[in-house]
Design a binder for this molecule. Sequence first.
Ligand code: SAH
Length: 241
Amino acid sequence: MTAIWLSLAAVVLLSCDAAPGATPSNADYAGARARLLAELRAGGIRDARVLSAIERVPRHELVRAEDLRFAYDNRPLPIGGGQTISQPTVVAMMTELLELDGSERVLEIGTGSGYQAAVLSLLAKEVYSVELLPELATKAKGSLQRLGYDNVQVRAGDGFFGWPEAAPFDAIIVTAAAPRVPEKLVAQLAEGGTLVMPRGEGGEETLIRLRKRAGKLETERIAAVAFVPMRGAILTPTPGR
Ligand code: SAH
């Protein structure tokens, strides 16, 4: 008798684990979103426009089905191809650093799931986003279209080269870490523009903000962060280095 009860209990536990309402209700998301917003505020995110954009973007539409119940957790989640959807705090911090007023043309390197691009689309005029992995680019493009973010353009390619036909950009955000700022991105940054990226390698990166003022570059170090590495041409050593 005891054995039967034990195995029944095991079945119940297993089914709770496997099921957790694979599709949580909207009401569940509302609570989770409110908690995330509270966490971002407590973590020092002050810009009301950024907070409102994060509140509006349905992160649950951009994560894998098996991660739905974690969709509003303040952490990165896997999206396939060894890549991740960024942590909301990091998205908020980087977006805040761009100080967008709604008039800008923004370039993002590293579309991933499209989450950061969706947040940017609510705060800028036009968003151009480049993703190295074609399957992620296709998926993100589809998600962004389906969700109605029609001021975002996504293309597959190596973001090291930027998006020259659409340059100059008022803001550039790189969401993968690189040991140096790709020169072509600096060249595609408009006068008065701002570039934000994690600089460094090996999981020890510094978030930097670079501003182009009167043709000169000003660099600020903001915070220690950990990012997935940028790949592609950035890894080819520059002659003379
Ligand atoms: N911004 C994304 C998360 C980015 S993770 C989001 O909100 O979901 C970093 C992404 O950068 C990955 O998708 C990775 O494939 C991409 N990436 C890496 N190197 C790249 C390069 N050279 N050009 C464009 N994308 C790159």
